[in-house]
Write a protein that binds this ligand. Structure first.
Ligand code: C2E
Ligand code: MG
Ligand code: MG
Ligand code: MG
Length: 268
């Protein structure tokens, strides 16, 4: 390879690094603006039982700016790398609890690992539950397996405090993390949300089917409920019911939307 080619590659590398950094700086700016100017919105996606009855809604955050919607996969990682996840997280907790109190629905919220480990997180949950006077068990907190990596005593203490408050706990994207399964019997967990990647493959890949069957039977033995994430077709739904999933979420039942229009859609 010529010297010239090598130099070009280095230049290209620097350019894409720069673009990457510019993108992060841009998202950080958008986030700061969203925090200061109240540009976040929550969409709500239903979770249903095996009879398609809605049992709760998951709050999913977006930034709405200049007529454009920005999705969380783009800004949550940036928020986690800065302290912005703290204000974002508090905004989500208080807005979702307000919605729970107004609508009477059960609501799930996503809490990032950094937010969970932050001092004062549980006090804040407790304070908001009291402020809006909601039944603690109408709130579910979704955490990923990444949360249980670290000082186990401290993690267990926090889970127990949440459970003592009466809020429910779900493990999100279950099956994709690196944590051991030990924690499932040592922590007060209510739901395992089976990651969409297994649901996508359930009809075409025998291994995915075996994994889901294994998760649901383990969950039954541990007294946990399972949720299938990202169900898109009737065929998936009927197979997942056979495999023992308790609850279901996905475009088949409803996309993330506005709570009042979702309610209206259910009127005859
Ligand atoms: P998640 O909690 O696992 O949420 C499920 C994601 O899958 C959502 O994407 C949802 O819109 C999407 N989804 C649901 N059903 C289907 C389906 O049938 N097909 C397809 N293709 N997608 C489906 P969304 O809203 O873009 O959120 C992505 C992730 O961002 C969430 O994954 C969660 O980890 C994170 N997130 C969302 N809201 C918040 C928040 O308020 N706080 C924090 N910390 N993280 C959040
Ligand atoms: Mg979730
Ligand atoms: Mg998930
Ligand atoms: Mg996810």
């Amino acid at each position: 390879r010529s010297k010239e080619q090598g130099r070009n590659q280095v230049t290209m590398y620097h350019q894409s690094m720069k673009q990457h950094n510019d993108q992060i700086l841009y998202v950080e700016q958008v986030l700061r603006h969203a925090v200061n100017e109240d540009k976040f919105i929550l969409k709500y996606q239903p979770m249903v039982d095996s009879n398609r009855q809605i049992v709760s809604f998951e709050a999913l955050i977006r930034i709405f700016q200049d007529g454009r919607t920005i999705y969380p996969d783009e800004f949550i990682p940036v928020a986690e790398d800065t302290d912005l996840i703290q204000s974002l997280g508090r905004w989500v907790i208080s807005n979702a609890c307000y919605t729970a109190s107004e609508s009477g629905h059960n609501i799930s919220i996503n809490v990032s690992s950094k937010q969970f480990h932050q001092q004062g997180f549980i006090k804040y949950i407790e304070q908001i539950i009291n402020q809006f006077n909601i039944k603690p068990n109408s709130l579910t907190i979704e955490l990923t397996e990444g949360v249980v990596v670290g000082n186990f005593n401290e993690i267990q203490y926090k889970f127990n405090r949440l459970s003592d408050l009466g809020v429910q706990i779900a493990i999100d994207d279950f099956g994709t993390g690196y944590s051991s399964l030990q924690y499932l019997r040592q922590l007060p967990i209510d739901f395992l949300k089976i990651d969409k990647s297994f649901i996508d493959d359930v009809q075409t890949n025998d291994n995915a089917e075996v994994i889901i069957r294994t998760i649901t039977s383990m969950a039954k033995n541990l007294n946990l409920k399972t949720v299938a994430e990202g169900v898109e077709t009737e065929e998936q739904f009927s197979l997942l019911k056979k495999l023992g999933c308790d609850y279901f979420q996905g475009y088949l039942f409803g996309r993330p939307g506005d709570l009042h229009t979702i309610k209206d859609d259910r009127q005859p």
